[in-house]
Design a protein around this ligand. Structure first.
Ligand SMILES: [Zn+2]
Length: 224
């Protein structure tokens, strides 16, 4: 039995949602109604993110990447959390609806542990930026994810594995429903309460590490 930790990036590892930050910097007026529609689940994540990047001319891609890397603030305790998981033999996968140009540099700068990273790419060969989804929804998903976290879990979790999901937003709900236990903040915390999912709230990764190191924690009742 392997414990697999599925960890979101935007708003979870990074304190701010980088896609929202990028859009408010590079296409503020046009992106705002799309951001609100996605948050209200009136528009799918896939559709909303594609529409927002299509607002940005491809010749700005270098500036977008530089801005995102400079603007990323990492939530406290992340390196120690990765280290703790590695010592326990737990497998961590960063599963992000975000993009290689900001997810990969941050993770590689923070940790030498082997973590798998699932994220998307940008195609800047046309007039405006286009999103290349690395893991589109599979047939078992009801669709609209962008990067399909349920698909990634189906691909990597073997029968008998235990899955812990960590996240903050509406894009983490489907993964949270598939998990044995959830660490949640922000919108995902509200949804985990509403749905009755086994969960603990977190504000920093120190909170999560403390729960992992406490064998009496509620977490372990759901991993056995
Ligand atoms: Zn999906």
């Amino acid at each position: 039995m392997t414990v697999r930790v599925i960890c979101d990036f935007d708003g979870t590892i990074s304190e701010r949602d980088m896609i929202v930050s990028i859009m408010r910097h590079f296409a503020p007026e046009a992106s705002e109604p799309i951001i609100q529609a996605v948050r209200a689940s009136e528009r799918s994540v896939k559709d909303g993110v594609e529409a927002m990047f299509a607002l940005i001319p491809s010749n700005q891609y270098g500036a977008v990447a530089a801005y995102a890397q400079a603007a990323t603030a990492v939530r406290r305790g992340f390196p120690q959390f990765i280290h703790t998981c590695e010592q326990l033999g737990w497998k961590v996968a960063i599963v992000s609806g975000g993009f290689d140009f900001f997810v990969e540099p941050v993770i590689h700068n923070l940790s030498t542990a082997s973590v798998d990273i699932y994220c998307n790419r940008i195609d800047a060969s046309g007039s405006h930026l286009r999103v290349r989804w690395s893991k589109p929804c599979d047939e078992a998903c009801d669709g609209g994810c962008g990067l399909c976290k349920p698909r990634v879990i189906r691909e990597i979790a073997q029968p008998g594995d235990r899955v812990i999901a960590i996240g903050d937003g509406v894009t983490d709900v489907k993964a949270a429903k598939m998990a044995d236990f959830v660490f949640a903040r922000s919108d995902l915390l509200r949804l985990a309460r509403e749905l009755g999912l086994p969960h603990l709230p977190f504000e920093t990764f120190d909170d999560i590490t403390a729960a992992i190191l406490d064998k009496g924690s509620e977490l372990y009742a759901h991993l056995s």
